[in-house]
Ligand binder design. Structure first.
Ligand SMILES: *Cc1c(COP(=O)(O)O)cnc(C)c1O
Length: 372
């Protein structure tokens, strides 16, 4: 359970995003909120052109470079517009050479990205259309277009709870990944990617800053109509300081990166994610379908676990009762996404093993009370 200094009620925030931040980080922010370092002003009040801010900007970049072993031929950008902004930025930066791209749609976020890309060029759907996103079709059934400018996928579908357990093989075509909800939950071979992006508000910080990692040879290809603030090449050249960046959010994200480092780095986050998601999935699978997660076990997300209560279609009354009981115990934001209903437990980096055990204990008790 976590407790902060302005609230006497211990709560656990299982929200899907904006999500729980490590308590230590919030306390650091609180301590430094009015006077940052020796500056006598808040980070929020600091010029983005100042030497003090340069330390924050460069330090945050270096921290994520170290955590993910990002090779030297990749630029790290801090952008705005969220994950959704990147749905447009990706085609605007990468599609102009061939006018087409491949999209692997495995849930609502990749579906939205594909729809946005259609504004800018031709989109090839790599896997058959479905609206019950519970699986990832075998790679040998995919239809890749050899002329595509890039292949796009969402590494973890936050709403549907579908996570890629592998990195797609694109036969040399640049791979673009939306990792908004699983970035830094495990080590990553960045060299396999052309572009990785992540809105910070799930796993690495507050809403309003988007981390972008882009291979240098993909720069310089933006469409002439690409808005300047979405242009990777401009942002890379100006070290994410072309215009005023979300300075405070970049600072907080930097603190989260330091926290991840103190807690075992990407490898430490991976161990925790495996343990936490294992606790909940084990409980679901031993509940005789009282708890029901529709996602195929091979592609079950370690980050977001959507499930129904009372069978595959869910029982409204039971689900309502579960949520209100959880709320009373201080377990917040467990309601499933409005498009799928039911319950969703998000187990991002800041959720501890003990937090997860508390949820599991409640689920177990609820099951004992309500099973037929
Ligand atoms: C939350 C989310 C987004 C959208 O992020 P916004 O910042 O709201 O635009 C995109 N992709 C994934 C995987 C997400 O989880």
């Amino acid at each position: 359970m976590s407790e902060n200094s302005t609230s006497s009620t211990p709560v656990i925030n299982f929200g899907a995003g904006p999500a729980k931040l490590p308590e230590e980080v919030l306390q650091e922010v609180q301590r430094e909120l009015l006077y940052y370092g020796t500056t006598n002003i808040s980070v929020m009040e600091m010029s983005h052109r100042s030497a003090d801010y340069a330390v924050i900007n460069d330090g945050t970049q270096q921290a994520v470079r170290d955590l993910l072993n990002i090779p030297d031929n990749y630029k790290i950008l801090f952008m705005q517009g969220g994950g959704t902004g990147l749905f447009a930025a990706v085609p605007l930066n990468l599609m102009s050479e061939t006018g087409c791209a491949d999209y692997i749609v495995t849930g609502s976020w990749s579906a939205k990205a594909a729809k946005e890309a259609m504004k800018y060029g031709k989109v090839n759907m790599v896997v058959p259309k479905t609206d019950s996103y519970v699986d990832i079709p075998e790679q040998n059934t995919w239809i890749l277009n050899p002329n595509a400018s890039y292949v796009y996928y969402c590494a973890n579908e936050t709403v549907h709870g579908v996570e890629f357990p592998f990195i797609p093989d694109t036969q040399g075509i640049p791979l673009v990944a939306d990792m908004s909800s699983n970035i830094l939950s495990q080590p990553l071979d960045v060299s396999k990617f052309g572009v990785i992006f992540a809105g910070a508000q799930k796993n690495i910080g507050p809403a309003g800053v988007t981390l972008v990692i882009v291979r240098e040879d993909l720069l310089g290809k933006a469409a002439v109509t690409c808005p300047t603030v979405l242009d990777f090449t401009v942002m890379a050249k100006d070290n994410s300081l072309h215009n005023t960046p979300p300075t405070f959010l970049i600072y907080v994200m930097g603190l989260v990166f330091k926290w991840i480092k103190r807690n075992g780095g990407a490898e430490g986050m991976k161990r925790m994610a495996k343990e936490k998601s294992g606790i909940i999935y084990d409980l679901i699978s031993s509940s005789n379908n009282f708890y029901y997660c529709p996602v195929k076990s091979a592609v079950c997300s370690r980050m977001n676990i959507p499930f129904r209560i009372g069978g595959p279609n869910g029982n409204d009354d039971l689900e309502k009762e579960f949520l209100s009981g959880a709320q009373k115990l201080g377990m917040l934001q467990l309601k499933g996404h409005r498009s799928v209903g039911g319950i969703r437990a998000s187990l991002y980096n800041a959720i501890t093993v003990d937090n997860t055990k508390a949820l599991a204990a409640y689920m177990k008790e609820f099951y004992q009370t309500h099973k037929k």
